[in-house]
Design a protein around this ligand. Structure first.
Ligand code: RVK
Ligand code: MG
Length: 296
């Protein structure tokens, strides 16, 4: 296999824990510091479900076969439809249950494809998997996105997050500015790219301005989610906990912003055991790989 499954699983752990952590704060106030975490079990959402399907597809085929990925998405959705899926993607997944052509259906959603943040929220493990091969990374990220998010902005969001994860996974010491510069240099023109360029000029620690000017996913689109997440990764570098807690401070689409940031930052920092233990377990068949590869 060309890619690196161990790196993909490390990213998946960060995404899963980030998703479940972020989801907790729709119903409770944000704590005063990163060391205070919610009691009880943190349930994961659609972000993790869809990322699991991508990881399975990579483990099985070593690449993204789009119709097969569509089937995996649909199968998980059928078993657990109440994981908080986006409205548009739900209608697609109903069709994919009957194995309708994903490229055709995704292009016609919203009359030109979805630019929701859903392709970006699930792609980080793919970026880690292809961290040594940027050409494959971009091609496969775009293929994974197009299964549900055919709009150019939806695809651009996924490519940007996959690139970030690939760069951090290959070189955990990469500076924030260097990471942003490299992402932009591999992207075609889009609103997502334009906003990442804008993010490069927002000073570190000016979180309020970053949240305001870039957006934190309140519109649930790639354009208003991805640039802020990348700004966080670029500027909050001390630990996984600090990156995630500062993501919360931006407000917005918390499960998804935390899933995106978590999936990148876990390629650089360890995810605390206490945080992992707070999460609802993943399915046993994937947990056994995670325990073997990343937790020992
Ligand atoms: C609920 C107009 C468009 C559009 C277009 C808007 C879950 C729609 C996850 C749509 C994530 C929404 C999130 C989300 C992931 C997209 N024209 N409006 N061309 N394209 N939208 O349905 O997987 O939380 O309002 O494709 O991207 O945790 O409903 O789903 O936060 O963006 O949803 O896009 O959503 P979808 P998704
Ligand atoms: Mg979600």
């Amino acid at each position: 296999m060309k890619g690196n499954i161990e790196r993909a699983l490390k990213s998946l752990v960060g995404l899963w824990v980030g998703d479940a952590y972020g989801e907790q704060f729709f119903a409770r106030p944000i704590p005063e510091c990163e060391s205070v975490i919610p009691a009880g079990t943190w349930k994961y959402t659609d972000d993790t479900c869809m990322a699991l399907s991508i990881v399975e597809e990579l483990m099985t085929s070593g690449e993204i076969r789009q119709q097969s990925l569509a089937q995996r998405f649909a199968e998980r959705y059928s078993k657990e439809p109440a994981r908080g899926y986006g409205a548009g993607v739900r209608t697609l997944l109903e069709k994919y249950r009957d194995n309708l052509d994903c490229n055709y259906e995704a292009r016609n959603l919203f009359g030109g494809g979805s630019y929701g943040n859903g392709a970006a929220m699930r792609v980080a493990p793919l970026g880690a998997f292809y961290c040594d091969d940027i050409e494959s990374l971009i091609r496969e990220a775009e293929k994974s996105a197009a299964v549900t998010h055919a709009h150019a902005e939806g695809r651009a969001g996924a490519i940007a997050i996959a690139l970030a994860t690939g760069f951090v996974s290959a070189n955990p010491a990469i500076s924030g500015q260097e990471m942003l510069r490299k992402i932009v240099s591999h992207m075609e023109l889009s609103k997502v790219r334009q906003q990442i360029e804008y993010a490069m000029d927002i000073p570190a620690q000016d979180l309020e301005r970053a949240a305001m000017d870039l957006g934190t996913g309140r519109k649930v689109t790639a354009q208003d989610t991805v640039p802020f997440c990348l700004w966080i990764v670029a500027n909050y570098r001390e630990s996984y906990e600090s990156a995630l807690w500062n993501t919360l401070r931006g407000g917005g689409d918390l499960d998804t912003t935390c899933a995106i940031v978590g999936g990148i930052v876990s390629c650089r920092h360890k995810v605390p055991e206490r945080w992992i233990a707070s999460c609802e377990r993943l399915p046993a068949e994937i947990m056994k790989y995670i325990e073997k590869i990343t937790l020992n």
